[in-house]
Every structure is written in structure tokens, then in C-alpha cells.
Ligand binder design. Structure first.
Ligand code: AP5
Length: 231
């Protein structure tokens, strides 16, 4: 199964992605996480990427595409994968389509997480992440058991440098200008599942579980979509 997660910053792609990984047993490839790890390791590419993402701007297509291509060549992607944060431009989507065709593969579905703008800002400004294992929390909606500490590895949680008001504004603008056109792109290919992602995380996951089944993930594959989904 090859799945693409779409949606504006803070829509819950990462949060739902973790649930999809558990259910479908395929790896989640987050380009944002790859960039943050590279920057933390001090690699020149990571530092170059940071000069864009720290300000909320998209990293140039050429940089992103090379990294994704390399990541998809790993054997853990043989049984499928989830792309979280890629593609983010029509150019990236075209390149992905060609890349997959060359591998004899294709996208099974694109999940678009739609969230109201006010809710996005609340989610991003309250997000805390673990710099060690990338687990994500929210100060009110999904707090850790012990304040400021990761439940999984005990590391001190941090606020992402691009979760500042200025950077959030730029990220939302970048999304509207460069990523939102992908909704039409994938709707035209009959791959788009639109999900109302304003509710609680578990409710949202339940609303698209049947779509995952239809894509071949899970024991009860069927061709029925759940009522909450608009395809
Ligand atoms: P990336 O890391 O992908 O960031 P993003 O797309 O801005 O998405 P986020 O991680 O901010 O949000 P999310 O949708 O995963 O939400 P989350 O689950 O964390 O990319 C970072 C940067 O890297 C980009 O800005 C860009 O510069 C660069 N980049 C990456 N890929 C690129 C590409 N392909 N091309 C060019 N540049 C690229 O949830 C957010 C918060 O809300 C959390 O606190 C969570 O706990 C909370 N929450 C989630 N769901 C709910 C819910 N249902 N109810 C209440 N709270 C919730």
C-alpha cells in the first residue's frame, strides 16, 4: 500500500500517521522529520534545509526529491509506505508519479486532512515534540503523562523552531499557494479522500479506517467507504 498524507501544517498528518503505521505495518516517511534529523546531525544538506524550514518556507524541490528517492530505495519500503509531507508541490507530485512508475508501483490513495484555520494555529502553538523519538504531544489536547517529558523515552520535550507565530503564518501561506493545488491534482486522478479532521484523534482515525481497508490495509478488505468520507 502506498499512501500520501496531505493537509496544512498542524492538520494531524503525523498524529494520524502513527495510527496508520500501527494498523497497516508499513513505514511512515516524513520529509519534515528527515530534515530535522539531518539538521540535528549537522549535515550540510540538513543545515541548508533548515535555512528554509525554520522560516516556514518550503525546501527547494531538488533537495527534497533526492532525499525521498534515496529513502524509498530502502528494503523496508518494499511492502509499501506512507508519505507524510511529500509531495508538497505539483512538481514533486509529477516527479513522484514518474519515480513510482519506474518502480512499477502507484499510489493507492491520498488522505486530505481538513481542519479549520483557528484550530490549526491552536494545535501548532501548543505542540511539543520529542527531539529523540519524534513523538508528538499537545499541551492541552494530548499532554504527556509527566509534564515536559516524553512518555516513550523520557527525553525533555521541545517546541519546534517553526512553531512560532511568524513561521506559522508563512507555512500556512506556503501551503495555500504551493500545496493546496494538489487537492485538484489527486481528485482528478480519483485518488483523493477528504477527511474532516477537526475532531478528536481517535474519532478522526475511525472515520477513515474503511478507506484504509479498501486500499488493502487490514484484515477485512472491502469496497465500502465510511459515510464521513468524501471521495
Ligand atoms: P513537516 O514536519 O511536514 O511539517 P508540516 O507539514 O507543517 O506539518 P506538521 O508536522 O506541522 O503538522 P502535522 O499535520 O503533522 O500535525 P501533528 O500531527 O504534528 O515539515 C516541516 C517543514 O519541512 C516544512 O515547513 C518545510 O519547510 C519542510 N518540508 C517538509 N517536507 C517538504 C517537502 N516535501 N517539500 C518542501 N519542503 C518540505 O499535529 C499538530 C499538533 O496538533 C500536535 O501538537 C498534536 O498533538 C495536535 N493534534 C493533532 N491532532 C489533533 C486532534 N485531532 N485534536 C487535537 N489536537 C491534535
Amino acid at each position: 500500500m502506498i499512501l500520501v498524507l496531505l493537509g496544512p501544517p498542524g492538520a494531524g498528518k503525523g498524529t494520524q500517521g502513527v495510527r496508520i503505521v500501527k494498523r497497516c505495518g508499513v513505514p511512515k516517511i516524513s520529509t519534515g522529520e528527515i530534515f530535522r534529523d539531518l539538521a540535528a546531525s549537522g549535515s550540510p544538506l540538513g543545515l541548508e534545509a533548515r535555512s528554509y524550514w525554520a522560516q516556514g518556507q518550503l525546501v527547494p524541490d531538488a533537495v527534497v526529491v533526492g532525499l525521498v528517492k534515496e529513502r524509498l530505495s530502502h528494503s523496508d519500503c518494499d511492502g509499501g509506505f506512507i508519505l507524510d509531507g511529500f509531495p508538497r508541490t505539483v512538481t514533486q507530485a509529477d516527479i513522484l508519479e514518474t519515480m513510482l512508475a519506474e518502480m512499477g508501483r502507484k499510489i493507492d490513495g491520498v488522505l486530505d486532512f481538513a481542519v479549520d484555520a483557528d484550530n490549526l494555529v491552536i494545535r501548532l502553538s501548543g505542540r511539543r515534540t520529542c527531539p529523540n523519538c519524534s513523538a508528538t504531544y499537545h499541551v492541552t489536547a494530548q499532554p504527556p503523562s509527566i509534564d515536559g517529558k516524553c512518555d516513550h523515552c523520557g527525553s525533555m520535550l521541545i517546541q519546534r523552531t517553526d512553531d512560532t507565530p511568524d513561521s506559522i503564518r508563512v507555512r500556512l501561506r506556503e501551503y495555500a499557494n504551493k500545496t493546496a493545488p494538489l487537492l485538484t491534482y489527486y481528485a482528478d486522478r480519483n485518488l483523493l479522500y477528504r477527511i474532516d479532521a477537526n475532531g478528536a484523534p481517535d474519532e478522526i482515525f475511525e472515520s477513515f479506517e474503511s478507506a484504509l481497508t479498501k486500499m488493502g490495509c487490514g484484515p477485512n478488505a472491502s469496497t465500502e467507504l465510511s459515510a464521513g468520507l468524501v471521495r
